[in-house]
Design a protein around this ligand. Sequence first.
Ligand code: ATP
Ligand code: LTN
Length: 336
Amino acid sequence: MDKKKIVFSGIQPTGNIHLGNYLGAVRNWVREQAEKVNYFCIVDLHSLTVPQDPDNLRFQTRSLAALYLACGIDPEVSTIFIQSHVTAHAEGCWLLNCITPLGWLQRMTQFKDKSAKQESVLTGLLDYPVLMAGDIIFYDADEVPVGEDQKQHVELARDIAQRFNALYETDFFVVPQPVISKVGARVMGLDDPTVKMSKSLSDKRGHAIRLLDEPDEIMYSFKRAVTDSGREIRFSDEPERAGVNNLLGIYQAITGKDKTAVEADFAGARGYGDLKVGVAELVIETLRPIQARYKELMDDAAELDRLLAHGAQQARAVSQPKVDEMKRIMGLVLPG
Ligand code: ATP
Ligand code: LTN
């Protein structure tokens, strides 16, 4: 039998996760977890690359762990852990910094976008993709399931792995592949279908559907979703129809139907109003069991901590020896 593929992915605890994070990432992790060896990380060190309120960060970190579990990640099958619990990530990032050319980081589109929005840009924001590369390659991950926006970062992780291997004439690092689903990889904002749904914009009412939103709030956001002045409910690449396309894409990603079947489901609809309500109802029903399970998990803090401690132990056992060996290859003297 073929060796199981190793999967690594993560989300920043920067706020309530939304339908884009779910359809673009978490749902795909859950679906394939039984066939793979999985590491799903709450990347709290990454979230410090923009200013955070400490109490809020603490809450969001535990909340995200509970959401991973509530969405169906099974701790018996997959390793779930908090990035800062495993010091190999920060330690190994330093080593990777010392082989990564600055120009590679300055080219990253996410850095350019995020730094343009801030008055003072932190060094960590520039270094963000190196920390991410380490997350992936310290576990020998073959696959990195992410949304479309993270493709460039995974490609950088490939470049860093290859550069290390070339510099030290070794095949020490596995070169990872981004895995991006065909549907749901880029869910757009409901209030503006030209920008991706994003946690950092999710305080704006009507922008994102957060996984923990109440049914009324979900219905409100869908009813106000920006569409065009037409009536025809069909998939389209035309920029002015991006809103309808986004609603159909969400419906398609959840139901798993093909485009023709999705359009057929709305054949009798009287206009975009019916489409909005239909998608909202589907999303509400999809999130209902996740929300119920989330509440149970958050009510049992001791159990959540126990699971996270166990996950960190499993993650450490893999990544610390890898980083130690990397130090040795680079010429550092290991403690005797
Ligand atoms: P932030 O606004 O804080 O950068 P974010 O919403 O972009 O947050 P991340 O933590 O950066 O979320 O991303 C977590 C995962 O969700 C990544 O795999 C990312 O590619 C995916 N993702 C994020 N936004 C979307 C989206 N709109 N559609 C599909 N996938 C998405
Ligand atoms: N940069 C990612 C989060 C992230 C990640 C990773 C994803 C950090 N480390 C390793 C996959 C693999 C983001 O979603 N913004």
